[in-house]
Design a binder for this molecule. Sequence first.
Ligand code: BG6
Length: 457
Amino acid sequence: MGNAFKPDFLWGNSVSSMQTEGAVHEGGKGPSIYDDPELCVRGKSSDWVVAIDDYHRYDEDIALMAGMHMNCYRFSISWSRVFPEGDGEVNPEGLAFYDSLIDRLLEHHIEPMICLYHFDMPAHLAREYNGFSSRYVVNAFVKYGQTIIDRYKDKVKYWLTFNEQNLFGTDPSIGGSYLPVNERNLYQTNHNALVAHARVVRYLHEHAKNAVIGGMIAYQLVYPASASPNDQLIAQEIDERLNQFYLNVYSHGKYPEYMLEYLKKHGCLPKFEATDVDDLLMGKVDFLAFSYYSSTTISANKIPVNMPVYRYKEFGLVDNPFTGTTEWNWQIDPVGFRLILDRMSIRYGLPVFPIENGIGVDETAIDDEMILDDYRIAYHRQHLEQLQKAVTEDGVDCMGYLTWAAIDILSSAGQMKKRYGFVYVNRDETDIKDLKRIPKKSYYWFAQVAQTNGQNL
Ligand code: BG6
């Protein structure tokens, strides 16, 4: 097979601030919704306080990434580390932390990729304004985004506004809104977030001539359970309303007609302010990014009538006899990865970038012994083989491949036992232990894959 990986292909690691940094009471950081017991609806533990202590150990962690020949690190900036209240005064110590982190990455020839928001809404903005359901928070986010762009525009080439925007509004721990979850609130929150996104994209384009910025979704790949037309319809509705809607706005700068119709019919057309249409149009992205771990399969029969699309998966999921599963019952589906790469590339004609992919496994290293994680090697190898095919056989322009959490971190629910890393971190749910980093077998496998630019899978 010809080389699918262009010379500047990005091989890397992807994480979020609250799952890695720790140090929540240090460096002048203000609380986010993850640090506030009343607002933290997921992962109610003290875990976030230390996480994997990357705040103090980033030197070591960056050296480990360099040891794997990674050339890209996607991390999120903690909004409340930079603006403790989310609005108001900037915290110079917060910026100083990211200054050092970015400089250290560049010293190791690792391209930083900044994500401005990975669900950790400043607690003040959640309490007072319900996060992105408020236009006040849109303005606060734009100001925060501009501050970060001004500071790093000459050092950082790759940017993202939001992590997995298509999940906003489904859970308070994502968009920072504690309003009831329903279609009206969901689409208003997402409309506001789309406007915030577009204003930041435009600002970056006007101020950072060599930088590129993308929009990102959690790609929810859903197969119909059978050849029944109703199953097909349900799967298509999910794709068009929960995935393509966002990719459409990111790429074309406007709402697609089918979505406007749906929103009107369901009485949940968001309130547009006077400048929103222009803002969206001026904020088209340079690439489309997505996370992908597994596909799901759905049966129309199981979904009650008049259920809004965003709730279909609560009722309709069934097992897929053609895929394996992880310990967490997530379908392992490398061909699904190719389907997504193809679908996004064909529809939008933009470069695509899978920036989260990996497998969570419950592992324990005993006496510093190396974990022999052949299952993880197989998972990544199979997904990379499908990526190769998408590029060489289907003509996809793919920017790189970022693995989720190359060094073990907390899961989205604050668990330590669900490990994704090529490097083991010695702590468990309740015992912080010594946080020692221990490379697993997959560490050495990934290192030679990245070193040979994918020649040796
Ligand atoms: C992605 C999120 O959806 O999935 C991450 O961006 C999350 O924050 C990752 O950790 C894996 O999910 P989980 O629940 O296994 O940690």
